[in-house]
Design a protein. Sequence first.
Length: 316
Amino acid sequence: MKAIILAAGLGTRLRPLTERRPKPLVPVMNVPLLGRLLEVLRRGGIREVCCNLHHLPGQIERFLVEKEKEGFTFHTAFEPEILDTGGGLAHFADVMAGEDCFLLHNGDVACLFSIAELASRHRESGAHATLLLVDHPPTNGVFAEESGEVVGLRDFRAAGFEDGLALPRPLTYSGLALFSPEIFSRLPRGRRCSLITVLIAMMREKPGSVRSWAPGGVWWSDLGSPASYLDVHRACFGPSPPPLPGLEAPETPVVLGVNSVLEEGARVEGFLVAGANCFVGEGVRLRDCVLWDGTVVRAPFEAERAVLDGDVIACA
């Protein structure tokens, strides 16, 4: 199986942090998010990956070149203007030719799930699309029956559910899905296109063609804001850390990257994660903070629930 990672987004909710680093390369416990996603794919047997690019593409391309040394093959497509989720898929129709299905993974979410189980359910159902759903009440908006058939999406309601009274409890689309190549016949190349619009058209024309899988207990985060980004890091120090691939539970509430220094007399409350070549001087007070590579902080300085990248600070 092959995969497509949508990596062209601007990461607007994480600004100003993402003004000089694309969101897929935001570090999660000092490992770029994209690296953790690729590890999920590798463990699921996927080594050929497509990525659409727009914001700071050179940084992502350099990262992928390094990952090729680990046995991956990459295909990239640059978008001068962002083409949305459907347009981002359309670039790779030729790469997916001959595949019975492929995995879509948004480049700004983290999730640990069974690729094999999702693929099995997709193939057995004969659906054209199988969405991985999670329970996240703030964004729940996909309605699926116990059988897995999606019967409601945004403002669309399938036949028999128009009044909304019989709709099942909604869940959230995780940003991960299995698609059959049939989807490419509906995607215009080189034009902006929403995947949601395409899915709704499929549901209208062929009921049952869009299905879902909602496994219980799946860990998921969209890392979309400084608050959710810091929450993931806080959870890493808790009794049940998120099952991120390659994550080792920290033994202390302070994690320092290579060549980073925490001077005696610096005060850390809660947790601190510092990337490589960071410096925290005497008299500094930090509470629940993440420092990206090369960040230097000296007294007098205090921060709480903050992400620091050099002179850029984003607070939750």
